[in-house]
Design a protein around this ligand. Sequence first.
Ligand code: HEC
Length: 291
Amino acid sequence: MFLGVAATRADPPPAFEQLRWTAPGSEQALLSEQPATCLASDTPLVRSGRALFTVPTLLGGQAAKAGLSCASCHINGRDNRHFLLSGVSAAPGTADVTNSFFSAARGNGHFDPVAIPDLAMPGKISRDLAAGALEPFIRNLIVEEFGGREPTPAMLDALAAYVRAVRACPGEPSVGRRLSDQLSAIDDGAAGAQLMLDSADTQGAALSIAAMRHQLGLIAERYTGSGLAREREGLLAASRALQTIGEGDPARIGPALARWKSEFGKGLAKRLRSAEGRSLYDRKRLAESLR
Ligand code: HEC
């Protein structure tokens, strides 16, 4: 929906989804920098989990409506010091995940926001594979706290594998935001969709495709102005093509996605790369647009 809005207006004012849950005054910081993550491994399973981590429709109810995903609070699996959402946060960087905002059925009735933990650090929940505590914890988060649909075992495997792989990068706390973040997230989604299809998991495949479309929307937010209208049209068309693929015959999704990806890589992705300097991935332009 957002992509449609961004792509049809001639000169849309910047409307960044992430600013809906960002502390006032931190807009530039949030949109230009992000916590750096060095994954312990980047197997297709881990990448598939990274893709699911970014899809709002993994969560349900209010969270999905607001556009929140796991990554809204745990940027790149880390934390989000700028997170501020009315009714959910006390100070920036805090959230109450047992709040009735997210799940009317399960809200504990107390407003008790805590600091959003950095998942690269050891926490309350054991990351030990043999202990197997992480999978049920994530399942409860999705279903009980965020009112989402029951995740499949393949989806939980992927999410847990990703969380287990998240590490800080030595000597590099944060990195700039770039188009390549979104392009590699699109690759993650495609790899994830294939993995889910291989285990006949249509729910996981649909969410992986949703992850890819979400990333196209994030790119569109940055390609504003009349000079980038062609790129925005391309993004909208690419997103619609993905939607059609996802709604089609499951047996054809794999080959159709592979074709989509190869065309995207040869065409639109190249054009986006050469226009990146004129987009709001450019820090100066971003700062001007936020003024
Ligand atoms: C609204 C912000 C928010 C969202 C969205 C969110 N989390 Fe969290 N997460 C938190 C907070 C706050 C805690 C700490 C809760 C506590 O300590 O009681 C937490 C805790 C965790 C932990 C436990 C860390 C530890 O201490 O060991 C894991 C793992 C985790 N989240 C994964 C996820 C996953 C996976 C998703 C998506 C399904 C997700 N989170 C979505 C805010 C969020």
